[in-house]
Design a protein around this ligand. Structure first.
Ligand code: G3P
Ligand code: MG
Length: 298
């Protein structure tokens, strides 16, 4: 329905078309409003936003990649199908998402161990079956998205299959050690034929070691938040493809994480880089990718 590389002045009817790529809609709509709903051909409504103040373009030959943190989470409910769809529309090179297991062992995409912050429900993800989880709406921060639900990992894979996006799958297993999570995500990647597009990451480095043991060709990244010493050598030693430091780590005096890692053939992907100035600074530092809530700023 649209070319990713074309310039989108978001206040035009083009924006309506963009919104409709998520629904079953063949027509363009004149939706030059900042936030609202569009009617689809089948009579249902889809939520959309226009970006009146941003002209979004996906730069050709980007040096540093831009990955959407929990999807385009500044504009749509985090870790949902609309957020991943919008990330693609906004020109992301990749998406980051968080995976846990439902009570009946299905990989689902949600950040917190509890569903309370993002949904109209309560309790731990691991205490709800998939059926129960699907009954909650994860629209707490974006009520206009209505009945949007927690997606399964399989649903996200089906959505992004045809999109040229890297998938950074973060295993959320530092507080709850989900039994069989590594095996399940590896199996699903194989079933969907997406192995080559996935980069696994976790704060739980034992889990990344397990991923590599189960699937030696899988790419892993080591997440960390504060002052990890000799991270390049550590990553190399543990067979990691990349390190994922939080932004604050990039300012430690006398430490050049990029050089330390690149010298050892380890990539550096930094989170969560939301300010335009920081995104530019990371580019200057030679970072390989930033993970951001605002893809359009990259
Ligand atoms: O993967 C980068 C980032 O998402 C890690 O922190 O808490 O947002 O999952 P968190
Ligand atoms: Mg994450």
């Amino acid at each position: 329905m649209y070319e990713r590389s074309i310039l989108f002045p978001r206040a035009t009817s083009q924006a309506g078309m963009l919104a409709c790529t998520f629904g079953d809609c063949r027509e363009a709509f004149d939706c030059g409003i900042r936030r609202g709903k569009c009617k689809l051909q089948d009579g249902s409504e889809i939520c959309m936003k226009t970006f009146l103040d941003e002209t979004v373009v996906k730069p050709v030959n980007r040096v540093m990649e831009v990955w959407a943190h929990r999807g385009a989470s500044a504009h749509a409910p985090e870790n949902t199908l609309p957020a991943f769809e919008l990330a693609y529309t906004l020109g992301a090179d990749g998406i980051e998402l968080d995976v846990q297991l439902s009570r009946d062992g299905v990989p689902v995409v949600i950040h917190d161990e509890r569903i309370d912050r993002v949904s109209n429900g309560t309790g731990y993800v691991c205490n709800h079956t998939l059926d129960e989880l699907k009954g909650f709406h994860v629209n707490q921060h974006f009520p206009e998205y209505g009945s949007v639900t927690i997606p399964t990992l399989a649903e996200v894979y089906d959505l992004v299959k045809g999109m040229d996006l890297l998938i950074n799958l973060e295993l959320k297993n530092s507080e709850i050690f989900y039994e069989g999570l590594e095996e399940k995500v590896l199996r699903l990647a194989e079933e969907k034929g997406l192995e080559d597009r996935i980069l696994y990451s976790s704060f739980n480095h034992y889990s990344m070691r397990k991923i590599r043991k189960l699937s030696p060709s899988a790419r892993t990244a080591l997440l960390y938040s504060e002052g990890f010493m000799d991270i390049g050598a550590y990553a190399r030693r543990n067979g990691a493809y990349a390190v994922h430091p939080s932004l604050g780590n990039m300012d430690y005096p006398g430490v050049d994480i990029v050089k330390e890692c690149h010298d050892r053939d380890v990539r550096v992907h930094v989170w969560t880089v939301n300010e335009k100035a920081d995104i530019e600074r990371m580019r200057q530092m030679g970072v390989d990718a930033v993970i951001t809530n605002y893809v359009e700023r990259g």
